[in-house]
Design a protein around this ligand. Structure first.
Ligand code: RB5
Length: 162
């Protein structure tokens, strides 16, 4: 008998503007028996989205989670922050189509959402699609390799500059 593949471990994080959507996602994931690391924030008090984008990104690259979900007001700021962590491919999705393509073409390992843009219900649908979709590989891998080469080149330059 083959074992069912285990569910990915998910790191979630948001700023204040993404808090309520992040909470809706957390409740959904926990209810669906995913292992969830909630990296905050824990209220609607004002905080800075880079701290949470960094935390989600670091959790994924350190393999404490398999995938991340990051929410700020638009999804933009927190995705920019998460993408500064080498190895992170954070994608802002606006609908189930962009959530699916982020996995199929970009092998996105962080889904970024806008808490002021989408409803909790729409966010959960995007999360479901993101988690259910596999990377297609093939021609897309060459492009991801180029992204990794850009990242590596920048790291090498930074080390040389020291
Ligand atoms: C916070 O007001 C807002 O700027 C932030 O949540 C996000 O939308 C930034 O990209």
């Amino acid at each position: 008998m083959t074992e069912a593949p285990s569910k990915p471990r998910i790191a979630i994080g948001s700023d204040h503007a993404g808090f309520s959507v992040k909470e809706a996602i957390r409740k959904y994931l926990e209810g669906a028996a995913y292992a969830v690391s909630d990296l905050g924030t824990s209220s609607e008090g004002s905080v800075d989205y880079p701290d949470y984008g960094k935390a989600v990104g670091e959790h994924v690259v350190s393999k404490q989670a398999d995938l991340g979900i990051a929410v700020c007001g638009t999804g933009i700021g927190i995705s920019i922050a998460a993408n500064k962590i080498p190895g992170i491919r954070a994608a802002v999705a606006h609908d189930v189509n962009t959530a699916r393509l982020a996995r199929e073409h970009n092998d996105a390992n962080v889904l970024a959402l806008g808490g002021r843009i989408v409803t909790g219900e729409a966010a959960i649908e995007m999360v479901q699609v993101f988690l259910a979709t596999a990377y297609l590989g093939g021609r897309h891998q060459r492009r991801l390799d180029k992204i990794a080469a850009i990242e590596q080149g920048e790291r090498t330059k930074a080390q040389g500059a020291g």
